[in-house]
Design a protein around this ligand. Structure first.
Ligand code: UD1
Ligand code: CA
Length: 473
């Protein structure tokens, strides 16, 4: 979207700088991982916050980090290899939210507008942030919300409707504790106001911390009208401090996604039992049964049906393909009208052409399977190229690995592989060949005809007796 000349000019004159507070230790997570790297919908919480910041066209994003900062930066470099727009501001000791903001301020020009976000508030909506940034152009603006149980939060103090301050839980008296309008922590303010205020914040309070919230009283003293923006939902401003809250945020996120997908025409057997940890694109009349987990990029064409308890990661399925229950697909593509599972495992590099079938207890990897071919039961097909109309019998194994290297198995159009055969790669099977059951094929097989390799004759020993159990006397 192109900016109008006037708006563009304003952005240059007072650029938006976003400070993301992410230095908190996250002790209550009881984890070795920094809190902001814990995931919601398959993405670190910090990624959600950075996405929101980027959507606002911020001129600078400043992440204040503390514990596990190297891990956070390592993740960032991998997740956004081309982006260099984040400035990292270390906060060695967590002395409070005002102290955290102070670590980023030297990087921010005096003429900037500043937006303060929390790295552990993942579901903040862009609309709320836009409203906040707008409200905080000239004055201090806060996002507040009314909650039934305000315990633990900073309470918004008002007099005749106007904000007069924020009182933290530990410093609040009994009457103030009854206030249900709370500070979400998200705020916007011009840098030229913020900088002198932050310098003045002290730590004489119950926790001995430098409270960012103290700047509210300073703004009031400077005769500014403190603006407030009401969050549309409580969830969007909810912070994560422990695993229970993280799990709650995950549900909220999943329910939101499910609702959007249902509205877009995706059929979900139960939106409460659906997990998408990535991106899904789908055609018309796509049906997903209960308990499925979709990760990475998943594309499902018109009429695809996914049975219960399947896992699909980075998968593309063509029209009318059916995946039956308990199948696990990763890095695989399938054409139109294919039938997969139940209990199939498609590993990366699997490419199924139209009308193929991969049945129960079949594992495939780096396998191209031609049109109409079937691998119906109990097989391993790895590093293989199958032509069209191939029938792979139950228990067929491509022996692709010699203990050191992987080798290719090539199977021509119309081949029939008898059950329980081992195809020792590298090996090529000519078109329309038939392999007798239980063969161990170590040499290339010519086209047509029957090839088999197993003990020649079937023998019967008529006089043979089964061993008997010893009788105790
Ligand atoms: C803060 C607010 C409170 C608000 C609540 C909303 C203050 C003083 N209080 O309280 O009014 O209701 O959030 O959740 O601001 N952080 C740092 N460095 C620090 C301290 C904190 O980076 O030294 C980060 C944390 O990682 C976290 C955020 O700042 O993302 C908030 O810190 P936290 O300690 O959770 O603040 P609260 O006491 O919950
Ligand atoms: Ca908190």
């Amino acid at each position: 979207m192109a900016m109008k000349p006037k708006a563009a000019q304003a952005a240059i004159q007072d650029p938006l700088h976003v400070i993301v507070l992410a230095a908190g230790q996250g002790t209550r997570m009881k984890s070795a991982r920094p809190k902001v790297l814990h995931e919601v919908g398959g993405k670190p919480m910090l990624a959600h916050v950075l996405t929101a910041a980027q959507a606002l066209d911020a001129a600078g994003i400043h992440v204040v980090y503390g514990h596990g900062g190297e891990q956070v930066q390592t993740w960032f470099d991998q997740a956004y290899p081309l982006e260099r727009r984040v400035h990292w501001a270390p906060q060695k000791q967590q002395l409070g939210t005002a102290h955290a903001v102070a670590q980023a301020l030297p990087q921010i020009p005096d003429g900037a507008r500043v937006l303060i976000l929390y790295g552990d508030v993942p579901l903040i909506s862009i609309e709320t942030l836009r409203a906040l940034v707008e409200a905080g152009r000239k004055t201090l603006a806060l996002v507040t919300v009314e909650v039934p149980q305000p315990k633990g939060y900073g309470r918004i103090l008002r007099s005749r409707g106007q904000v007069t301050g924020i009182i933290e839980e530990n410093d609040a008296n009994a009457r103030q504790k009854l206030i249900r309008e709370i500070n979400t922590g998200l705020m916007a303010v011009p840098a030229k106001r913020l900088k002198p205020w932050i310098a003045k914040v002290g730590n004489k309070n119950a926790k001995g911390e430098y409270y960012l919230t103290d700047i509210v009283a300073m703004a009031v003293k400077a005769r500014l009208k403190v603006a407030t923006v009401t969050a549309a939902t409580v969830e969007e401003v909810e912070g994560v401090n422990d695993r229970e809250q993280l799990a709650r945020m995950e549900r909220v996120y999943q329910q939101r996604q499910a609702r959007t997908l249902l509205q877009a025409g995706l059929a979900l057997a139960d939106p409460a039992r659906f997990d998408l940890r990535g991106e899904l694109t789908h055609g018309r009349d796509v049906h997903i049964d209960v308990g499925c987990v979709l990760e990475g990029r998943v594309e499902l064409a018109d009429g695809v049906r996914i049975g219960p308890y399947c896992v699909l990661k980075n998968v593309r399925l063509g029209p009318d393909t059916v995946v039956e229950s308990h199948s696990v697909l990763e890095g695989a593509t399938a054409g139109a009208d294919t039938h997969i599972g139940p209990f199939a495992r498609l590993r990366p590099g699997t490419e199924l052409a139209d009308q193929t079938k991969v049945g129960n207890f079949v594992e495939t990897k780096q396998a191209r399977v031609g049109r109409g071919s079937k691998i119906n039961h109990l097989s391993y097909v790895g590093d293989a190229e199958l032509g069209a109309e191939v029938n792979v019998g139950a228990g067929t194994i491509t022996c692709n690995y010699d203990g050191a290297n992987k080798h290719l198995t090539r199977i021509g159009d119309g081949v029939f592989v008898g059950s329980n055969s081992s195809l020792v790669a590298p090996v090529t099977i000519g078109e329309h060949a038939t392999i007798g059951a239980a063969s161990v094929i170590t040499k290339d097989v010519p086209a047509d005809g029957l090839t088999l390799c197993r003990a020649r004759e079937q023998k019967t020993y008529a006089a043979w007796k089964r061993p008997q159990k010893k009788v105790k006397r």
